[in-house]
Design a protein around this ligand. Sequence first.
Ligand code: GRG
Length: 287
Amino acid sequence: MQTKKKLISNRIHELIQNTELPQNRVIEAALYSLATPGKYLRPIFTLLTAEMFGANIEDALDPACAIELIHTYSLIHDDLPAMDDDDLRRGKETVHIKFDEATAILAGDFLLTYSFEVIANASHLDSVKKCKLIHTLAKRAGAKGMIGGQMIDSQAAGSNLPEPLLLSMHELKTAALFTAALEFGAIVGGANKNELQQISKFGKDFGISFQIIDDLLDVSVPTEQLGKSHGSDEKKNKPTSVTILGEKRAREMATLLNIQAFSHLNQLDRDTSQLKDLVKTLLNRRF
Ligand code: GRG
């Protein structure tokens, strides 16, 4: 895992470098955000899935980095005053606090658009695979994916979401990008239609469970360990897995979803052990 993280980090920093351009501030802000990496889960999922389908890791590296760039953009925008209005991310000031709001918006926009350029430029992939990746990312990160989930989230403050809508929000806001990351690995590895479908179902169930655990951590882990403000959902009066399901049911549901997620992997005639091991560790994570 450490080797994969190093590969991802090195490649991201090759892809984004400071320049002498007058507009370099936007690149600086993006680099500031990328300088304290998170867990790199999404790109790691891409690499593991690609390997599982027999691809070379080098072929999957740029698509994996593109997913991390989208994730980073989503965090920068999520922290903005108009969204979650957070001051702390990964233990340091959020981009709009360190720089300013306009720069944070532009840094997010830059990472979003640049991720598509990274895929288009990926030297190891043919154009059919690149088109599939671009289509997948646009769909999963768009209005019927991550942005759609964020819209539900933004409208939900102060309300009591029905359980199915809460789960749809998790599916769109969080699971969609994990699904894209996994689908990326499957596309690069040349998975067939049925294999791709099982991977997508796995991404959906795992991704919802990941968000449920994230909601549980928000109320149970202190700020220093979390790297972001403890209890921030509660302060904003946001409906979460904890407020809607209660802590006990939320944890049970996360466990059940992971079991369901594994059942999709079991349909594949592949060595799924690395994916399963990673998912098992995430169920008990503390940040
Ligand atoms: C277009 C203005 C505009 C905003 C878009 C789409 C969006 C803002 C935000 C996405 C929503 C979001 C941040 C969902 C939360 C998903 C989640 C649990 C993030 C944390 O993921 P980790 O734990 O983070 O993998 P690290 O720090 O490890 O990378």
